[in-house]
Design a protein around this ligand. Sequence first.
Ligand SMILES: [Zn+2]
Ligand SMILES: [Zn+2]
Length: 364
Amino acid sequence: MALSRVWPSSSSTSRRRSFDKDRKNAAAFGLTVTGIASCRVEGVAIRFILPLATVTLSLVLSALAALTVCFPPCAFPQWELVVLGIAQDAGIPHLGCEKGVCSDIKAGKRKPEKVACLGLRERASGAAYLFDATPDVRQQLIALNGGQRPSGVFLTHAHMGHYSGLLYFGRESVDWKGVPVYGSARMGAFLSSNDPWRFLISNGNLAFRRLDPDRGVSLPGGVKVTAFRVPHRDEFTDTFGYLIEGPSRKALFIPDIDRWEKWAEPANPGRPLILEYAARADLLFLDGTFSSPEEVGARDIAQIPHPMMPATRELLAGIARPAGAKQKKGEAKRAELWFIHLNHTNTALVMDRDVAREGMVFRL
Ligand SMILES: [Zn+2]
Ligand SMILES: [Zn+2]
């Protein structure tokens, strides 16, 4: 209803001026007084009650708006680490295997396991990073951010389960341009000198970004990622592990390593570096390829060395607590140990509670 129609024709100029002022006051708070004016209230009421009412109403509306937009609190980036797969490079079920977990999956008694991969995301900004590009990258990226172009991919090394998913970013697929791919200098040299990876770079699908060991990179939104070199079979490239530092927690990701004892300072060979790194983190996602050397059957374990899960638990007993267990009151800070990168032969897949599971989400 328009003001000129509701205001009495006998009203004085001062009353009209007063009303106009109140209307401006109300407008300043984003309100209209058209409906209120039809009440024909006296000048005193208009002068005092109306502004008071508009201010009160605007405060209430502002508070409600704030609750709507910022509940749960959204002032700071909320980073999450997502487990996107837990299997060794070749996945589970494994080709040629008719036993244990593999046969159970084929019989429909269990779900298949995707290849080991962590996702890092911040939902409000849409930031989404992958740690390794596995053969299951399509489903893993869909789980992470709906299957959109990732903000970046951090690679550990060039064994088939850790980088072959990059092919899905190329011309035969979505043909994304300039996906940042982080890795070691050797990883960059390998990718840029061997097809089809070389073509992914020359075609502009991948933008390789070299990481120097132990020098962190800061991602927009307050996360820092630091690569470090670990001993592993270096047929094509060297191997990185990653420390991922969020605003409130730090996670360590080492899916592949030969033996913890091999990772030590030359000056202090008896003290594996995992003890130092684990003490700096809150969440550990570590190589859980095997529980026992007997698992490999006819193959020579010396050709595919990995730490055994029981030995890792024992080594880290003073630093890491059982996965999922809460920190006890007064207890010294201990990281949460989760195993990842399990071989299809590993019985821990069925039994053990400290095996990471696809779909787990951890606040960083
Ligand atoms: Zn691997
Ligand atoms: Zn490997």
